[in-house]
Design a protein around this ligand. Sequence first.
Ligand SMILES: [Zn+2]
Length: 419
Amino acid sequence: MDQQGDSGSQQTEREVAVEPLDSDSDEDSSAASGESEMDFLRNLLSRTLGLGSEKPEKVLDELTLEGVAKFMLNEKCKNVVCMVGAGISTSAGIPDFRSPGSGLYSNLQKYNLPYPEAIFEISYFKQNPEPFFALAKALYPGKFKPTVCHYFLRLLKEKNMLLRCYTQNIDTLERVAGLTEEDLIEAHGTFFTSHCVSMFCKKEYTLSWMKEKIFSDLTPKCEKCNSLVKPDIVFFGESLPSRFFSAVKSDFPKVDLLIIMGTSLQVQPFASLVSKVPTDTPRLLINKEKTGEGESFLGMLGFGGGMDFDSDKAYRDVAWLGNCDDGCVALADLLGWKKELEELVQREHMIIDAKCEAEAQEAGAGTLAVEKGGSSTGNPAAEAKQPTKEAGSPMKAKPEQTQDNTTPTDAESGLKKED
Ligand SMILES: [Zn+2]
């Protein structure tokens, strides 16, 4: 699963001590031993008093997007880790339920919840699953159509630069865009699969199975044991997937460049990851506003915890402010990848649109009854089933049967169409 820390990776592990992979416990207990406490104090003193003078190397020529692009084209930049959040999916029409403007929490009154957050709490869900599934139906995306930013991640993978993408999103769009399970750490779980909650059964169900239950207003029950079936998203009160913790340990010491996109870095432990890269690793933030600055105590003491874009001591952090799609296009342009990115987005969006239309036609031919749910009754679940295979072979899904009809949805991509 995770990359092993073999001798080959030694050269890239700079400054940061690598913790053994076998301590796979959820909580980080390494600070417990007296020895590491001594190391900690020694480091603290040497940094704050200017002893030892281990000044981190300045890797970027300039703290700008241009500086980052120049570094990425350098052969030293091999392992890029991306950390992404809700901001990369908003242009795909997926609401960010944490942002105050989305109005989600204020719309929850009808469910008679003891308090709004209860809808995402595991203990409440197990007793009262109905409100969660009603909300899932209301918020179910009409289409699973990844954004330009998602395809930029795919391009990083194709260029052999993507070590891993850590996502807070549960919308499966990284998978639809062509990242594999191996490329991804879905820190807050995913809607892609579901499981029976009975610890003796744990039968797995697909997204299309779950979608059918959600849209027929049935509380999903296991076909084998009749227990509740829950999407594999992490509820409040559940621990993060253990793979998250093991991957952080093996990936972060090797990171040459960290790219953070569309997240306000406010949810732990995800937010703390920015401090886990080596001290000379550049960190690029593409987001609507600056975030992650000077929050951590260790960061203030010079341990590189918080982001530092603007101070006199800033040496590695770059903020590009704006929406994630624009930021990715700007970076792709500087890298000489812009045309490739645009063609990738255009090709993949055409395939998705053609599938959605074909499925809508199929559904329409069968019965008109499904129209009740409006456009959201297209069958995106089916296309999400095997995103990589299908997406990787555009020939398979040529939209021939729709060519006589209009295909206005292509215009949605906002990118030029050539052949
Ligand atoms: Zn079961």
